[in-house]
Every structure is written in structure tokens, then in C-alpha cells.
Design a protein around this ligand. Structure first.
Ligand code: KG4
Ligand code: ZN
Length: 334
């Protein structure tokens, strides 16, 4: 089944987002309302606050997305929403709204996997992207290397055994008193620091394609305790260098292993300036195509949900209206 004009809805965490996308590639509108200010004082996302905020924000965000798209409601051919993974209360707000709209407009509802949506962000800006590729998906909740063999065909090559890369950024930033979200704060502060000032561990460097970041966070805490006068910028730069080193090394290894045509970044941590720079270097050195989605496409948005929904609808048809949300959903692999 195909439907060209799709309304996408994203409410899996702390961004309330809606977008109208045509044919999985042409973004007519993409509205993201961040709740970051509501959660900042708690140092992280508070699930109960997030779901309440989605209830309040979603209707105006959907209205803005449809108005900005210039498309009449009657021209929307399907409604796609993130159904997992994510915070259950937050997911249910988006899924319920999407089902209600699909019912009222008499169009299909499509449940979308949030991780699959992140994989599709690159296609919105690079529709001609040639498969197979290896995607390094790094967000607040996930760190994985995915072999994208074809559309809807994914093979998991490696993932984190403990903390996600974004989680490590957030925890270290909180420890350094840099606030929330930690990734952008460390990214900015690291520009003033020396990345070789402190030699933090590169866990599992020589072992396969899995990652581990919890030891690195502990190493940062121990170093600061032992050297209370150390400059925060040097700590931030050295920590970031350790994370980026491991991520790029393993992405490069994964691409070589499967003979990928390109390497692609996805997820919130893909907004990191150092990671983007280093991944480009790797691609030049190994003659790979590099796909670095814009920062807006790396972090949570609904355009990527609509794009993934387009492919899911084409290959698997609509999702029944009695389907629920799945907070622990993994990436559907072959
Ligand atoms: O994909 P995303 O928006 O939400 C999840 O699905 O998790 O990713 C959010 C994560 C947070 O941990 C945030 O600190 C991190 O992405 N992040 C960054 C940067 N911008 C966002 N990490 C490092 N450098 C950045 N510039
Ligand atoms: Zn995400």
C-alpha cells in the first residue's frame, strides 16, 4: 500500500514534534517543540512531566505542521507515529492522537519504530543515498552500529553493553555542573580545552563492534576527585575525545567488515562537532561516502517518523488500531 503525503508524530521522549512529508523525502513542514526547559532543573527528563507536556503541546504542534505544509487536512493520506522505544506515557500520547486523526480522516495509521525513524533522517536530505551503508546511531538511549542492507532490512553489528553515548555525555556534564542536556554543553566547552590533556580509557577498543561507556564516566569522576584544580574544558575535551575515538574506530571497522558504500550518522549525539569532523576524515581516508544529516535531523523530529512510516506502509501496510505502544522495542532486524 502506498500513501504519498504523510503526517508524522513524534512524542517518544521530551520533544513534541509533527511534520508533513511527501514520498518519504520531501519535507513540507517539520515542527519541534522542545520541553528541555521543563526538565533542565531536574537534570534529566522526568517521564510524568514529559507526558503531561505532550498532551498540552501536541494539538498546537500538529496544527502548526499542517498549516506550514500548505496541505489541506483532506490531502493527508496516512498518519504515522512513534510507538517505541521511548517513555510509555509519552508514546501513548502520540499514538492515541495519531489513531484519532487517522479515524477522523479515514486514512491508515502506521506505528513507527523510533530507531528506524532515526535511520531514515539521512534520506530526507540525501534521497539518492546508495545502500548498503553502515549507520552509527548514537542517542541518549542507544548506541548501535547498524548495517542497512536495503530499505527495512537492518542487521545489528554492535551496540553498547551499558550506557549509551548520549547518556555518558549527559552524566559527565551533570557531574561537571554543565546542566542538561549535557551533549551540547560538553561540545561547546570542549572547544576551549585540550583533548590530549587527560588520557581517559577507550573501553573495548580492540574487541569487536560493541561499546561500553560506564567505565569512562567513572574515570572522569575519579580524575576530577584526585585533581580538583583540573580545568573543566580540558576534562570535557579529553572525555569527548575518548568517546569520539571509540565511535569512529568501530564505525570504520564495521564499514570495512561489510564492504559498505558509505557511513552515516544518526541520533542526537550525531550533532557533536568533533564526531562529525572525525567521521568525515575516516570516510575520506577509506574512500567511503559520508552522510551527516543536519543537526536538526539528528535530534528527535517527526519528519524522520513520517519518512520511516512511508516505507513501513509500503512494505507492511497499515497498523491495526488496537496496536499498543512498546517502550522497550528494539530495531526490527533481519
Ligand atoms: O536522539 P535524541 O534527540 O533523543 C534520544 O532519542 O535519545 O538524542 C539526545 C541525546 C542527549 O543525550 C544529548 O546530550 C545528545 O543527544 N546530544 C549531543 C549533542 N547534541 C545532543 N551529544 C554530544 N554532542 C552534541 N552536540
Ligand atoms: Zn531519538
Amino acid at each position: 500500500m502506498t500513501a504519498d503525503t504523510i503526517l508524522g508524530i513524534e512524542t517518544s521522549c521530551d520533544e513534541t514534534a509533527a511534520a508533513v512529508v511527501v514520498g518519504a523525502t520531501r519535507v513540507l513542514s517539520s515542527v519541534v517543540s522542545s520541553q528541555v526547559d521543563l526538565h533542565a532543573r531536574y537534570g534529566g527528563v522526568v517521564p510524568e512531566i514529559a507526558s503531561r507536556a505532550h498532551v498540552e503541546l501536541l494539538a498546537p504542534v500538529v496544527a502548526q505542521a499542517t498549516i506550514e505544509s500548505g496541505v489541506a487536512d483532506s490531502d493527508i493520506e496516512a498518519v504515522a507515529a512513534t510507538a517505541g522505544p521511548g517513555l510509555i506515557g509519552s508514546l501513548l500520547v502520540g499514538v492515541s492522537a495519531a489513531k484519532a486523526l487517522a479515524l477522523v480522516w479515514d486514512v491508515p495509521f502506521v506505528a513507527v519504530n523510533h530507531l528506524e525513524a532515526h535511520l531514515y533522517a539521512a534520506f530526507l536530505e540525501e534521497p539518492e543515498l546508495e545502500l548498503p551503508i553502515v549507520v552509527l546511531l548514537v542517542s541518549g538511549g542507544h548506541t548501535m552500529l547498524v548495517h542497512m542492507v536495503g530499505h527495512g532490512q537492518y542487521r545489528m553489528m554492535g551496540s553498547t553493553l551499558d550506557d549509551a553515548a548520549g547518556e555518558a555525555f549527559d552524566k559527565v556534564a551533570r557531574y561537571l555542573g554543565l546542566g542538561y542536556p549535557g551533549g551540547p554543553a560538553i561540545d561547546t566547552l570542549a572547544m576551549e580545552g585540550d583533548p590530549s590533556a587527560i588520557s581517559f580509557p577507550r573501553a573495548m577498543r580492540d574487541e569487536g563492534l560493541d561499546f561500553s561507556f560506564s567505565g569512562l564516566k567513572t574515570a572522569v569522576v575519579n580524575h576530577v576527585r584526585k585533581h580538583p584544580d583540573v580545568g573543566a574544558a580540558d576534562v570535557a575535551a579529553s572525555f569527548q575525545e575518548a568517546v569520539v575515538d571509540v565511535l569512529t574506530l568501530k564505525a570504520r571497522r564495521a564499514a570495512a567488515e561489510v564492504g559498505a558504500k558509505g557511513l552515516c550518522l544518526a541520533g542526537g549525539v550525531a550533532a557533536n562537532s568533533q564526531l562529525r569532523e572525525r567521521l568525515l576524515d575516516v570516510c575520506v581516508a577509506d574512500d567511503l561516502q559520508a552522510f551527516l544529516p543536519s543537526r536538526a535531523m539528528c535530534t528527535d523530529n517527526a519528519a524522520m517518523v513520517a519518512a520511516a512510516g512511508w516505507w513501513r506502509l509500503r512494505d507492511h501496510g497499515p497498523t491495526p488500531l488496537d496496536a499498543g505502544a512498546d517502550p522497550g522495542a528494539g530495531l526490527p532486524t533481519i
